[in-house]
Each structure stands twice: as C-alpha cells, then as structure tokens.
Design a protein around this ligand. Structure first.
Ligand code: ATP
Length: 366
C-alpha cells in the first residue's frame, strides 16, 4: 500500500483543515495509508507521535474549521541538512515516500529541495549506519505535491489560494461594522489589512466595501503626489454627499520610491482635510474563523487532486503544485510557480511596477 503524509506549514489559513480532511479521505478511498504530520516540518524531524496514521473518522467535522488542527510551525531544523536527515529517516522507518504539503512558497520550496536531496540523504543515512540498505532500497524516490494555503493569495500561477476568500469575507464584515459608525459620525477610517507583499486582499476589500481609496504594493503612487491625490479623491466623494471615508491600506503598501506608506501617514493626510479620522488595524481576526464555502470547495477539490497526483507521479515528473486557473483544478510545476512568485518581489525592488502587476494572476488584474 502506498503511504503518504500530509502536513500544513507556514502561516495558517482557513481551509487548511478541509484540505487535510480531503487528503486523508481521498487517500483512504484510493487505498493508501495516510499519515498526519503534526506541527509542520517538526513532525518529520521529530517523528514519534507527531507523525502518525490518520483514519477516516479522525477528520470528521474538519470541513468548515478555521486554522489547522494538525498544527503548523516554522521549523528551523528542517532548513539544515541534519534536520532533513532525521526527517528522511523517520519517513522511511514508517514506509512513507510521498508528502503533500499545504503551505506558502517557503514550505513548498523546502519540500522540493527535500525531494532533490532525497537520494543523497539516503546514501548518507546508510553510510552512517542510521539505515540499512534493505530499509532504504524500497524508497529510492520521494514524491512531493504542494497545495497553497495562504490568506494572502500571493502565489503566482494559481488564481486563488486556500484561505484568501475566508479572509476577504472577514475583512468585509469588519469594514461593514466600521462603516455604520463612520457614517453616523461622518468620520474617516483607515483600515490596514494583511497580505504581506501582495495587494489582493486590499484591492478586493476595496471593491467589496466600496472604499474611497486603496493602497497596494503593486501599483505604488508617486512619493511626492499621493497625499494630494488622496485628498482630492476623498474630498470629491464627500462633495457628492458621502458621509464616511474609507481608505484601505495593504500592510505592504509603498510609494514609488519604495518607502512604506503607513496607516498613520494616511490618517495624518485625512486629518489635514479636517476629517475626524481613526485607524483600525484588523490584525489576526483576518486569519480566524471558519472557512467560507469557496475555500471548503477549493480545499476539497485540491486535496483529491493532490492524492491523484501522488499516485500518478513518476521519478521524472516535476513536483506539482495544485492550483486553480479559470475554475479548473490544475497541476502546475511547483518550481515555476515559486520562481514567478519571487519574480514579483524582484520587479517591485527594481521599481518595475508594471512588471509586478502583470505577473499577478488574472483575478488581481481585473
Ligand atoms: P507563509 O506564506 O505563510 O509565510 P511559508 O510556507 O512561505 O508560509 P515559511 O516560514 O517561509 O512559510 O516556511 C515554513 C517552513 O518551511 C519553515 O519554517 C521551514 O521549516 C520550511 N522551509 C522554508 N524554506 C525552506 C528551505 N529553503 N529549505 C528547507 N525548508 C524550508
């Protein structure tokens, strides 16, 4: 029987539980044995109770849950070869030679490197007497499949990541709450949202909440002109009778000289207009709560596809990342998706903002 392990790694996102559930149940359906790897890569490195078989009923009720019930962690040991040696040994002792990782670009990069290094790890384990040839020989190759769990929707080559729509929903609810009090007092609110270097959450929240203005990293405004432009737009809206002002600032917002645009700077600018202005930093409420229907669906379809990808993989297939493009669940070469994701950051560093914008997926550009 094929034995595979499933793990969540990096920052948590709503829908990760649904992804694990789908992998466990699809795995069992396709007659595999499925191991849960707890606490991200720490589960592989430490083994023991952190790497154990999962049964159908172990994931009962997980479909709608937020966060991840198998835990996630930043595991520094796995970044060192010594940690990866321990991980490979723990896997082989349990007969596991396939790993489905639901995480961000760091986690997926780590997984692909682990696969590339696998033969040399086994060689070293045999040489140092940590494994016998008989133990290692049946597991000459490691299969890796990636799924993207992230509220930021920052991975290239896939339209959506698991958790992004749940986070967007949370942001919209919060801004709706703020809106009622803002309109009552005729106030301005600056709402800072997560997303790291990606402006997807901010742009989508801006559209969904009818914000006056949105600041995102991919289309930075002019360093010398953004304050006047912001004032002009907000004033125009007020003159049309709007009783509130809502400005969404992505946490990675910058101007065109790459200087951060902070919520406090935006607030000070609105105060200069004479507006009673407050800042709300939404923080971790954006990551919490249950998964919205779209994330449950995405996680479930991708989990099933991930198991199929494991069963169909050959030593020559590049590690796939399961994505969604124009409503189709697809397999994308993981390395390409990660390198395109990194290319966005490089474009921004070089002030090639049009390039950064073009590298974002279609949903973002629309
Ligand atoms: P998020 O987007 O939420 O930050 P991420 O997967 O990018 O998620 P990271 O902190 O970059 O988060 O990575 C999570 C874990 O993956 C690390 O703690 C480490 O265990 C492993 N990892 C990341 N990069 C590598 C790498 N280059 N080599 C080996 N392991 C890695």
């Amino acid at each position: 029987k094929k034995r595979l392990a499933v793990m969540t790694s990096g920052g948590d996102s709503p829908g990760m539980c649904a992804a694990v559930r789908a992998v466990v149940r699809a795995g069992l359906f396709f007659d595999c044995e499925v191991f849960g790897c707890y606490e991200g890569y720490s589960g592989l490195v430490q083994g023991g109770d952190l790497l154990k078989p999962m049964a159908w009923e172990d994931v009962r009720g997980w479909l709608s849950l937020g966060g991840t019930l198998i835990g996630t962690a930043r595991c520094l040991e796995f970044k060192e070869r010594a940690g990866r040696l321990l991980a490979a040994r723990n896997m082989i002792l349990r007969g596991i030679d396939a790993l489905i990782v639901c995480g961000g670009d760091g986690s997926l990069t780590g997984a692909d490197l682990f696969r590339a290094e696998w033969p040399s790890l086994l060689e070293e384990l045999i040489k140092t007497g940590k494994l016998t040839e008989e133990q290692a020989n049946p597991y000459k190759t490691l299969t890796i499949v990636g799924m993207v769990g992230s509220i930021d929707n920052d991975m290239a080559m896939t339209d959506n990541t698991i958790g992004a729509y749940s986070s967007l929903e949370r942001i919209c609810e919060m801004v709706d709450y703020i809106d009622t009090t803002a309109a009552s007092h005729s106030r301005a609110f600056v709402v800072e949202v997560m997303g790291r270097h990606c402006g997807w959450l901010a742009i989508m929240a801006g559209v969904c909440c009818g914000a006056d203005y949105v600041f995102v990293p991919e289309q930075p405004p002019s360093a010398s002109g953004w304050k006047d432009e912001l004032k002009k737009v907000c004033l125009r809206h007020r003159k049309r009778g709007r009783r509130k002002t809502t400005v969404i600032v992505a946490e990675g917002a910058i101007d065109d000289s790459l200087q951060p645009i902070t919520s406090e700077q935006v607030k000070d600018t609105l105060v200069e207009l004479g507006l009673d202005t407050r800042v709300t930093t939404l923080g971790h409420v954006q990551r919490g709560g249950s998964a919205v229907a779209f994330d449950r669906l995405l996680a479930t379809m991708q989990g099933v596809e991930a198991v199929k990808a494991v069963l169909e993989s050959t030593p020559n297939t590049p590690s796939p990342m399961i994505g969604i493009q124009e409503n189709q669940i697809v397999r994308i070469p993981l390395v390409e998706a990660v390198s395109q994701t990194k290319a966005v950051a490089k474009c921004i560093e070089k002030k090639d903002f049009a390039g950064a914008f073009n590298l974002r997926d279609a949903a973002f550009q629309e």
